[in-house]
Design a protein around this ligand. Structure first.
Ligand SMILES: NC(=O)c1ccc[n+]([C@@H]2O[C@H](COP(=O)([O-])OP(=O)(O)OC[C@H]3O[C@@H](n4cnc5c(N)ncnc54)[C@H](O)[C@@H]3O)[C@@H](O)[C@H]2O)c1
Length: 405
């Protein structure tokens, strides 16, 4: 590791997330000047030559390669961002752990729980700090709901409703990107979208212990999008068709585990990538015996809260972003000024690098990623067998909740 807080960054894959991780590293020193963290963009790799060149010529990495092993072998690289398609996470995550470099890896980590476990084992053996790309948990409104739940202000949590309704594939001619192929992605809406929901509710309420699920695929073929080109939002009018190999929609019933604020609570969690209407509708409603809270990413800066049963202001009050909520005050000087999606990645980069440099450990961990993967893999098994599944508990995956006394 370089001296002080000068940190050499390596990037693997320069797609949507690779660019976003980079912007987060670039913004971090100005958003959190007191931390004196100075990420330095050292080496990026992508198999698409134009994307590797973009990383060097536009994003500002000193070096660019076509092979990610060059990033891992670079002595100037202290930490690594892994932003490759999900099917490559196991191989790249394990190689990064073997290179002894702390890593920030995109979600879901690998195609299933077994792959996540292999990455987790390698990271733990090497004693590495990790961070996972479950960015929505950093939203200031979400942090506030977590505090309300943990502080008992909503009473005993009874039930949770949460969804990720994203319309990125709502158009039947929407591109068949790597996300629709089992070898490159694993499951569909389950791993891509429901994993965000599962991380979010586990972060706010506590680990999930049991799951029952069903899935469906609505569009069986789509026009093929070559790897390393376009985005998964692309619509292709006259392309060659390929088969959709995983689910467009997933629904689950869950029961939360004991020993956390969610003890005794149940929930319904749903995800769709072909929904018409919602665009990036990741939201939750948390109901307790004394109150409830509701939030949706499409209105990220608004939190609806109801504490208590009646009185002249019965029902929900809408709270706007303000300095009492999470990291809001680092981004905006006064209430009601909106934050955006990219800001959540800046918070994620901060938590990662603070932990890497020996500070407070508020980063998401590979054990938590494994707990999410166990829920998703259990849901996949449930959907194919029609049975309830017990979710294996992952030691150390506390989501920051203390055991309930
Ligand atoms: N946290 C979030 O909100 C969020 C949002 C989108 C994607 N993701 C996750 O981020 C990851 C990447 O998704 P994306 O949307 O950025 O994908 P993308 O398709 O935009 O980019 C993927 C990049 O990987 C490159 N690539 C392919 N094979 C490679 C290899 N062997 N070595 C190096 N690079 C290679 C491609 O050329 C491409 O540039 C996925 O795991 C996805 O689930 C997370």
């Amino acid at each position: 590791m370089s001296t002080g807080h000068d940190i050499g960054v390596g990037l693997i894959s320069v797609g949507w997330m690779g660019k976003l991780h980079t912007r987060a590293y670039q913004a971090l020193p100005s958003v959190y000047p007191d931390l004196r963290l100075r990420p330095r963009l050292v080496h990026a790799a992508d198999t698409a030559a134009d994307r590797a060149a973009y990383a060097r010529d536009v994003l500002g990495y000193t070096k660019a390669s076509g092979d990610y092993h060059a990033v891992l072998a670079d002595p100037d690289v202290d930490v690594v961002s892994i932003c490759a398609p999900t099917g490559l996470h196991r191989e790249i995550g394990m190689a990064t752990a073997e290179a002894g470099k702390p890593f920030w890896i995109e979600k879901p980590v690998g195609r299933d729980a077994s792959e996540t476990a292999q990455v987790a084992k390698a990271a733990s053996k090497a004693g590495l700090v990790t961070s996972i790309g479950y960015n929505y948990r950093h939203a200031p409104a979400v942090e506030r709901v977590r505090d309300l739940v943990g502080g008992g202000e909503l009473g005993r949590i009874t039930n949770v409703r949460a969804v990720f309704f994203s319309g990125y594939a709502s158009e039947p001619k929407g591109a068949l990107s790597w996300r629709f192929r089992r070898d490159l992605a694993g499951t569909g809406a389950l791993g891509d979208l429901l994993s965000h929901v599962v991380d979010l509710v586990q972060y706010v309420v506590g680990p999930i212990a049991e799951v029952s699920a069903l899935t469906s695929t609505v569009y069986l073929q789509r026009p093929v999008l070559p790897m390393g080109s376009g985005t998964h939002f692309a619509v292709i009018e006259d392309g060659e068709l390929g088969d959709v190999e995983n689910d467009d929609y997933a629904a689950t019933l869950v029961r939360f585990a004991g020993g956390s604020p969610g003890e005794g609570a149940v929930g319904t969690l749903e995800a769709s990538r072909i929904i018409v209407g919602p665009q990036c509708g990741l939201g939750f409603e948390i109901y307790g015996t004394d109150g409830s809270a509701a939030w949706n990413f499409e209105r990220m800066n608004e939190l609806r809260v109801c504490v208590g049963r009646g009185g002249p202001h019965a029902g929900y009050a809408t709270v706007l972003g303000n300095a009492h909520l999470g990291d809001y005050g680092h981004f905006q000087p006064g209430p009601g000024n909106s934050m955006g999606y990219d800001d959540l990645k800046v918070i994620e980069a901060k938590k990662f690098l603070v932990a890497v440099t020996g500070g407070e450990r508020r980063n998401s961990t590979i054990e938590e990623a494994q707990q999410v993967a166990e829920v998703i893999s259990s849901a996949a098994t449930s959907a194919s067998t029609g049975t309830w599944q017990t979710v294996p508990a992952v030691p150390g995956a506390t989501f920051g909740h203390s055991p309930r006394s």
